[in-house]
Design a binder for this molecule. Sequence first.
Ligand code: GLP
Length: 265
Amino acid sequence: MEVVICDSEAEVGDLAAAKVARVVRDVGPDAVIGVATGSSPLPLYATLAEMANRGEVDLERVSAFALDEYVGLPVGHPQSYAAVIDATVTQPLGLDPARVYVPDGSADNIEAAATHFENTIRRAGGIDIQILGVGANGHIGFNEPTSSLASRTRIKTLTERTRHDNARFFGSLDDVPTHCLTQGLGTIMDAGEVLLVATGSGKAAAIAALVEGPITAMCPGSVLQLHPKATVIIDHDAAADLQLASYYRTTYAQKPGWQRYRADL
Ligand code: GLP
C-alpha cells in the first residue's frame, strides 16, 4: 500500500486526479473508473474536470461505476447517489451519462438489481481504478463493520453512526434511509487499482486502522492491505494517528520524478 501525505486538501485532490488521469491514459479512452460519493473526492473531481477541459485527459468514452446507493429513495431524490454522482461527477467531468452506472436502489427486486450491477461491471471489462473515501468507522462504499471481506454487491443495513454522519445531507435523521446497495469488498478488490482519499482529523482513527491495523471486518477498509495496487492519499490531519507517517513522507519525497503523481499535472 502506498501512502502519500499532503500539505492540504487541494493537494490531495491534485495528486489523486493526476493518478486517475495516468490510469485513464495508460488504459486508453475506454477506461472504466469506479467513483465514490462524499466530500472527500470532490477536489479530485474538480481537478480532473480542469484537466479534461484543458485536453490533458480524454474522458469522453470513459465508463464510471458508482460504489453504492441508498435503498428506498424515490428516483430523482436530490440525495440519491444517482443524483449526487450526476451533479458531482458526470456533469463536471463531461462523462457520457449512458456510460455511468449506479446501483438501482429503487428496484422492486433489490437482489436482482445487485446481480445486474455486478454483471454490468463484468461486461464493461472490470474497473480499472476505483476511487474511494472512507467512513469514520472504516467503511468503504457502504460496507459497514463486519461486512464479509469477500462480499459482492448486496443490500446492507446502515449503522447508526453512518446515518448520523450522513444526516447533514437530509432534513433530519429520520429522513436518512436505513438501507443501501453497495459494491461488496470483494467487488472493490477486483478493481485493477484502488485509490482512497481522506482529509481531516475525523478520519485519522479510520486511516490508522485501515493502513496499519490488522486486516479485520471490524475495519472494512483494512482489506485494501491485500490489494497489490492500493494508494492512500491523505492530508496531515487524516495522517495524525499513523505510526509510520515519517516513513511514508520520506518514501514519497525520495521517489524519482517520473513516479510522482504531481509530475503529471
Ligand atoms: C458515505 C459513502 C462513502 C464515503 C463516506 C465518507 O458513507 N457511502 O463512499 O466514503 O460517506 O464521506 P465523506 O467523504 O463525505 O466523509
